[in-house]
Design a protein. Structure first.
Lengths: 623, 338
């Protein structure tokens, strides 16, 4: 693409080490796309980055209203960052509602770029403005730039073949071009993406024209004289890609099945924010992946149980309400002692709650939400890239111990992205499954005769001659698996099933404690709070405070060294996006006092919130 | 398929598990018919998987010496669909009852049928909840007095054959527990059909709903009420074949052959692509009362779910090669930090 280089020499871009940019507009304005493409181009440029998409659950909420605002925040830096940033340094507001919904999070001095065409009387009224904020001086404490993005897009699209209202659909590319110019991003990866997605179609030409027009507008207009540059980050040497949590999860499942030497089967029902795992795996049929879009959540997990019996690495994906529906079948899988991976991409509940917003409030449900005595391993995903290795760990535990495993992710991890150093495939863990092939006692096959170390029962799959056997939800006689209503036997079987899960405690890596390992203050987190906690702890330590941090992946059973890690601390701060569920578990397991630090506002923690809480705690301790 | 398979006897399909149905239960007869058929079927024992839900009939897998899962209430078609999709080489049976299949599991049943998963679904219809000791079921007749309907049931019942045809099942049949020869014929046809096969088996619960099928089984009435559907033959019945079934704008109706002539009688063709014809036949009776068709209502080909699933995998592999993980991890673009 040609960029206008004829204009007079401009000042060199100002070098900055990091910036947080938020694209905000109506849900039909294509802000997620603009943000994603800006991110991809930054990734290719070599920045470290983290993203935070935020959108309403309605596909098209009433246009121009606050309810309909969709945003995408990206934090890019030339150093190793951990969060998508607390407050935007630059806000792109495509309409008044987008400005109103986001301006409170912008610190004074932030750059606001507004699409002036959308600031008309009607849109101002819809957003609840009495007067136009970009003219009335109310944004005095910010640096405001405006561009008539709709008019300029219309002009740029003359001759592309796209006409009428369809023209306005390209205005997100105008904004993207303008931001690419302002932050010195190369356009190549965006142009490649447009070519791949739209080919030679008029829409492709229109989007490229708008992108170019945005860039050139920035380059030409005097008021946009100031540009920035964020240099590539000094990340460890290696080959990187940019992944979202759900994609990394899907890839981790493929890697897990490969490591277990099993075919992969996903039985699932679409539910926000888990659906894109199903979508990603449906694209990977050449890996032999079977995706079964079932009639409901129960059938999703039901087909997975059937596939597990038949010898697949079986998976079901869902979010909170679906986990509730699957509960009975997870108990069945636990009783059958078949491997099964259950992924819960948590969202704000209860009930339908706020389906596109993040929360960690299914922890206790994942831990205890089954009938009867049915403990299952629970793992948590800490970052988008971490989803890959967590899925491999889930596959390892499920197949080695013949048990369902619940993996907790959430809507933040699902949709946000970060650079990931691509692992060497040859060095990934390998744990090939050996199916039972012959009798395991003198003259018969005993489906519930256990491995003496793991207590796992043998996995004999249909099609294996001589090992025909029946399993079911009824209590089974130890060893033979025959139906048994004997109380003594039920006690033995209940204890054995629990002991099997407990045995996993001694089969996990030690906890890594970061920061001041012996500090009086320990921050203990799980799941997606990782980035905010780590960044908050770093900031606290930079201002001279002594703090330790550990993020727990294995939530059931808890790591054997956790007792040692928490012992002797004066304060155990437990930040989580619920009302204190992990605190409850810690108190019950270890009889320790914790300081719950919780919120349920549909958004991740900000690192500043963690840092402020730590400051408060330090003041209290020292006073 | 029959070549390398050993000659089985019924005993090869019996398990040491003690059979625990009530004495005189129709389930014993069905178990014997199925075990007999399995011995003759010519499929290796290890290739069979019996999947069931919850209920009296759902204990069935414990008594058949093949692979089996006794699952949870209503979910057998889902679990079985997973087995079949994961390994299309298996012969997968679903054993279910009227409560299991039509009440709690109604959703899974219709979806398995519409997908045409290669499942052989045997619905033991006794028109009552047996395992919970006698409450009305979704096939109990209106007005039935049970423990939960002391003044008579106000629920309008399902006709399971009508329901299966409405879901466009590709194979739909009905038989009677005590007619073992007919049951085995139907099982053979179901086994030969690739795709979902739905068989309603009228099964007497002698404890909680005895003689529910009396009109079809009683010595005095059975010849007047059993309409056997025989492929390629006019649908006639009665002690002397004096009655027949006629199809028209009115649907299906019973007529006297002598009055309309044999040419006016419907010739049975289960291969008719239109589900309307078997649907009309299924409406001759809403329950086992009065003249009721038995036999194969519908047996038509349609692509099978798991074959389509495997076909897509093969197509994808032909186009892209078998998946390479290292390539996948690079598929969203990469950059290198030196």
């Amino acid at each position: 693409m040609s960029q206008d280089t004829e204009t007079e020499a401009r000042p060199a871009p100002e070098k900055i080490d990091r910036v947080v940019i938020r694209f905000a507009g109506d849900s039909g304005d294509g802000m997620q796309l603009a943000g994603t493409q800006f991110t991809a181009s930054s990734a290719m440029f070599g920045n470290d980055l983290a993203t935070l998409p935020n959108f309403p659950s309605e596909i098209r909420a009433p246009a121009g209203t606050i309810a309909g605002v969709s945003s995408f925040q990206v934090h890019i830096a030339d150093w190793d960052i951990l969060t998508p940033g607390d407050n935007p340094d630059c806000l792109i507001a495509m309409n008044p509602a987008a400005l109103k919904a986001n301006i409170d999070e912008c610190e004074p001095g932030a750059l606001i770029i507004a699409n002036s065409d959308a600031f008309d009387e009607r849109n101002l009224a819809k957003a609840g403005y009495d007067s136009n904020p970009i003219e009335d001086g109310s944004l005095r404490s910010y640096h405001v730039l405006t561009a008539p993005m709709e008019e300029l897009t219309k002009e740029a699209l003359v001759g592309t073949g796209v006409k009428g209202r369809a023209v306005l659909r390209s205005k997100n590319f105008f904004a993207l071009g303008l931001m690419s110019w302002m932050y010195s991003r190369p356009l190549d990866s965006i142009v490649d993406w447009i070519d791949t997605k739209f080919g030679d179609s008029p829409v492709g030409a229109a989007n490229k024209a708008a992108l170019s027009a945005g860039w050139n507008y920035g380059n030409t207009m005097e008021e946009f004289h100031h540009t920035f540059e964020v240099a590539p980050a000094a990340l460890p040497k290696g080959e990187y890609t940019n992944v979202t949590g759900n994609v990394a999860m899907a890839w981790g499942l493929i890697a897990g099945a490969r490591a277990a030497n099993l075919p992969l089967f996903l039985g699932s029902y679409p539910i926000t924010p888990a659906t894109s795992i199903l979508e990603e795996l449906a694209k990977q049929k050449h890996f032999g992946v079977k995706t079964f879009q079932a009639e409901d959540e129960i059938a999703g997990v039901g087909t997975a149980v059937g596939a597990a019996f038949a010898g697949s690495l079986a998976v079901t994906t869902t979010s909170g309400p679906g986990l509730a529906l699957k509960s009975e079948t997870i108990s069945l899988a636990f009783m059958l002692e078949l491997p099964l991976i259950v992924i819960d991409v948590q969202r704000a509940g209860p009930s339908t709650g706020m389906p596109t917003k993040v929360e960690q409030s299914d922890l206790l449900f994942a831990m205890y939400g089954r009938h009867g005595e049915a403990p299952v391993p629970v793992l948590a995903v800490a970052t988008p890239a971490d989803a890959f290795s967590t899925m491999m760990e889930a596959a390892r535990i499920a197949t080695k111990y013949m048990t369902p495993v619940i993996v907790l992710s959430d809507g933040y991890i699902a949709n946000s992205s970060e650079p990931w150093m691509i692992p060497d495939v040859a060095s990934l863990p390998s744990f090939p499954v050996e199916f039972a092939g012959k009798f395991n006692s003198e003259d018969e096959f005993l489906p519930y005769k256990r491995d003496p170390v793991t207590l796992a029962r043998p996995w004999a799959i249909p099609g294996t001659p001589g090992l025909e056997h029946r399993i079911g939800g009824l209590e089974k006689q130890d060893l033979t698996g025959a139906v048994s209503y004997d109380g003594e036997n039920h006690q033995i079987m209940t204890d054995l099933r629990a002991a099997k899960i407990e045995a996993i405690r001694n089969d996990m890596p030690p906890i890594t404690v970061h920061g001041d390992k012996d500090s009086k203050i320990l921050v203990l987190g799980w799941g997606s709070t990782f980035g905010a906690i780590r960044a908050g702890v770093l900031a606290a330590r930079q201002s001279g405070r002594s703090v330790a941090h550990a993020q727990i992946r294995h939530l059931n059973p808890l790591p054997p060294d956790l007792r040692e890690v928490i012992e002797g601390r004066e304060v155990i701060l437990v930040p989580e996006l619920n009302s204190g569920q992990f605190s409850r578990i810690l108190r019950a397991e270890y009889l320790v006092e914790t300081v719950p630090f919780t919120k349920v506002k549909g958004e991740p923690f900000k690192s500043g919130e963690i840092e402020a809480k730590l400051s408060e705690i330090c003041r209290e301790i020292n006073s | 398929m029959t070549i390398d398979v050993k000659q089985y006897t019924r005993a090869d399909f019996q398990t040491p598990q003690e059979v625990r149905w009530c004495p005189g239960c129709g389930d014993y007869t069905i178990l014997a018919s199925v075990q007999n058929f399995l011995a003759e079927m010519g499929v290796a024992r290890e290739k069979h998987v019996f999947v069931s839900g919850i209920g009296c009939s759902s204990r069935f897998p414990y008594y058949v010496d093949t692979y089996g899962i006794h699952g949870i209430h209503g979910r057998a078609p889902a679990i079985a669909s997973g087995v079949a999709a994961a390994n299309p080489e298996l012969t997968v049976w679903v054993i279910t009852g009227d409560g299991d299949a039509l009440s709690i599991g109604g959703n899974h049943l219709i979806h398995a049928l519409r997908r045409n998963v290669n499942l052989k679904i045997l619905l033991f219809n006794n028109q009552i909840y047996g395992l919970t000791k006698g409450q009305y079921s979704p096939t109990s007749e209106q007005g039935k007095r049970t423990k939960t309907s002391p003044m008579g049931s106000i629920d309008y019942p399902f006709n399971p054959v009508t329901l299966a045809l409405g879901a466009e099942a590709t194979f739909v049949a009905r038989t009677l527990d005590m007619d073992r020869k007919h049951t085995e014929e139907i099982l053979r046809a179901a086994a030969d059909h690739r795709g979902s096969a739905f068989i309603e088996i009228y099964q007497n619960c002698n404890v909680f709903n005895d003689k529910a099928f009396q009109e079809l089984t009683g010595r005095e009435t059975r010849d007047e009420n059993r309409i056997y559907l025989r492929e390629g033959e006019p649908i006639v019945f009665g002690p002397n074949d004096e009655y027949g079934v006629q199809l028209g704008e009115f649907g299906a109706r019973v007529v006297e052959v002598a009055k309309v002539g044999l040419d006016a009688i419907q010739v049975h063709n289960s291969k008719t692509p239109c589900p309307g014809v078997p649907f009309a036949l299924s409406r001759l009776s809403h329950g086992p009362h009065g003249p009721t068709p038995l036999g194969i209502f519908r047996d038509v080909p349609r692509p099978v779910y798991e074959d389509l699933m495997v076909g897509q995998i093969e197509d994808a592999q032909a186009k892209k090669g078998t998946g390479d993980l290292a390539d996948l991890l690079r598929s969203a673009g990469t950059w290198t930090v030196e």
